[in-house]
Design a binder for this molecule. Structure first.
Ligand code: 6PG
Length: 248
């Protein structure tokens, strides 16, 4: 289904089909790049099924683990062993059993402040990328995975927060979250997230229908400003799809 805007919306029957479609897109992106691959993961509950799927033989065996690097688009400023930690969830679901430790790039949360954490992660990203400035012809990531929150936030870019307007920094600290969990965050900014060959949103469940309606109506929300310089795909299950978008 193609909407007359920057994104392609792909609808699938349910959350299980959504995880499978996302896994297949990740595998295809990895296969398309014979060199070093960079995938930026996301937190929240939406990607959990996908991460479990990537740990199964079918998908695990298709990933050349030694040349794929795993980053995270935002982090809750909690210790690495806290259940709220986004990268730890991904590590436990599939990374730790498969990826070499040096290929896993968590946002550090053992710093004094989220700002300091952001500074460190930005310098890690720049060193991985090999330049201080993003070149539009050479995206930072092969694929960036995203979710959308009830207020239209994505990563930890909350509506009307200064982080959404950041154009210089690649990573910033967010002292206060706009929705649960109310812990400080560290987030990649739009210039860094958008620097990718593919941005892939996962949206499932009827509780997402209200925000998806606003997103697809083109409202000025952070989730609508997150868009790849290449392909932007919204994978949506039937329960989340607004009535008036069905069949379009
Ligand atoms: C986070 C996320 C955030 C998330 C959305 C959707 O740290 O919470 O990275 O941006 O993707 O809030 O969350 P759910 O998948 O839990 O609905």
């Amino acid at each position: 289904m193609a909407f007359p805007d920057h994104r392609q919306v792909i609808t699938v029957p349910d959350a299980a089909a959504l995880a499978k479609a996302a896994a297949e897109r990740i595998i295809a992106r990895i296969a398309a790049n014979k060199d070093r691959v960079a995938i930026c993961l996301t937190g929240g509950s939406s990607p959990k099924q996908l991460y479990s799927l990537l740990a199964t033989d079918t998908y695990r065996d298709q990933i050349p683990w030694d040349r794929v690097h795993w980053f995270i688009g935002d982090e809750r400023f909690v210790r690495a062993d806290d259940p709220l930690n986004n990268m730890s969830m991904a590590r436990q679901s599939f990374l730790d059993r498969n990826a070499p430790g040096a290929n896993i790039h968590p946002i550090p949360t053992d710093t004094a402040t989220p700002k300091e954490s952001a500074r460190r992660y930005e310098s890690e990203l720049k060193s991985f990328y090999g330049a201080e400035v993003l070149d539009p012809t050479r995206p930072l990531f092969d694929l960036v995975l995203m979710g959308v929150g009830p207020d239209g936030h994505t990563a930890s870019l909350f509506p009307d927060y200064p982080a959404v307007e950041e154009i210089e920094r690649w990573v910033v600290g967010v002292p206060q979250a706009h929705v649960e969990p109310f812990v400080p965050r560290v987030t990649l900014t739009l210039p860094a997230l958008n620097s990718c060959r593919e941005m892939l949103f996962e949206v499932a469940g009827s509780e997402k229908r209200a925000i998806l309606t606003r997103v697809l109506d083109g409202e000025n929300l952070p989730a609508n400003r997150a868009r790849s310089t290449g392909e932007t795909i919204w994978l949506v299950d039937t329960a989340a799809l607004p009535e008036h978008f069905r069949g379009r």
